[in-house]
Ligand binder design. Structure first.
Ligand code: 5GP
Length: 197
C-alpha cells in the first residue's frame, strides 16, 4: 500500500537490522487518517469472506482493527495480555513470546465473544516470527470459530512469520512488506521481487 510505505519511509526509524520503530503513527502516537485508510484497505481485501468478527491483540493492533471493523461493520475483540492468567474457565487462552521484548505473556479472550458460527479476521500491527498471530489463531480455534484470514499492517518478510502462517493454509494479507532493514534503511518488496518469491 503506497500511502503506508511512504509514511514508513518518512517517519519510521530503523532501530537495528530486525526492528522498525513506528511510534509516531502506529505504536504510540496514532495517525487516525492513516488508520482509516488501513481499515478501508483491509475491508476491501477481505470483502466476500463473510467475516463476522475481528480479533486483534492489545495494544497496537487495536487502532487498525477498529477501523477495519467500522468498514466491515463487525465487532472487534482484542486479546488481553497478562503476566499470568488464573481462573481460565470462561477464557480462551494462549501464551506468546515476544522476541522484540524478550518476554512471554499470557493472552486471554472471554469465551462469550466468539462461537462456532464466527468467521474471524485476525489483525495485527507487525508480523515477524508469527508468534502473536499463531497465538490468536489458537484462541479462535479453541472457540471452534474459523479463521478467514490474517491482516497485517507491516510484515517483515525477511523473518519467518508469513511463511509459517501460509504453510498452515492461512491467508495472509500485509499492507506493507519489508524485504530488509539493512544499513539503517527500509527496503520494501517490489513487484519484481515478488516474482522471485
Ligand atoms: P511476532 O509474534 O510475529 O514475532 O511479532 C509480532 C509482534 O511483535 C507484534 O505484535 C509487534 O508488537 C511486535 N513486533 C515485532 N517486530 C516488530 C518491529 O520491528 N517493530 C515493532 N514496533 N514491533 C514489532
Amino acid at each position: 500500500m503506497r500511502l503506508l510505505e511512504e509514511k514508513i519511509k518518512k517517519d519510521g526509524r530503523v532501530l537495528n537490522e530486525n526492528v522498525l520503530k513506528v511510534d509516531s503513527f502506529l505504536n504510540h502516537q496514532i495517525d487516525p487518517n492513516l488508520m482509516n485508510e488501513l481499515g478501508k484497505e483491509f475491508s476491501q481485501l477481505f470483502a466476500g469472506e463473510g467475516i463476522t468478527k475481528i480479533v486483534t491483540i492489545e495494544s497496537s493492533g487495536i487502532a487498525p482493527a477498529v477501523m477495519a471493523g467500522l468498514y466491515m461493520n463487525v465487532p472487534v475483540i482484542f486479546a488481553r495480555k497478562r503476566k499470568s492468567v488464573t481462573l481460565t474457565d470462561d477464557l480462551l487462552t494462549a501464551s506468546v513470546h515476544s522476541f522484540t521484548k524478550n518476554e512471554t505473556s499470557e493472552l486471554a479472550i472471554a469465551k462469550k465473544y466468539l462461537n462456532e458460527n464466527d468467521k474471524v479476521l485476525i489483525i495485527d500491527d507487525f508480523l515477524a516470527n508469527g508468534q502473536a498471530a499463531l497465538a490468536l489463531v489458537e484462541m479462535v480455534q479453541q472457540a471452534n470459530s474459523s479463521v478467514a484470514g490474517i491482516g497485517i499492517v507491516i510484515e517483515k518478510s525477511f523473518q519467518p512469520g508469513a511463511q509459517i502462517l501460509k504453510e498452515q493454509g492461512l491467508r495472509v494479507e500485509s499492507l506493507a512488506r519489508i524485504a530488509s532493514l539493512s544499513n539503517g534503511e527500509v527496503t520494501f518488496i517490489t513487484e519484481d521481487m515478488e516474482e522471485l518469491i
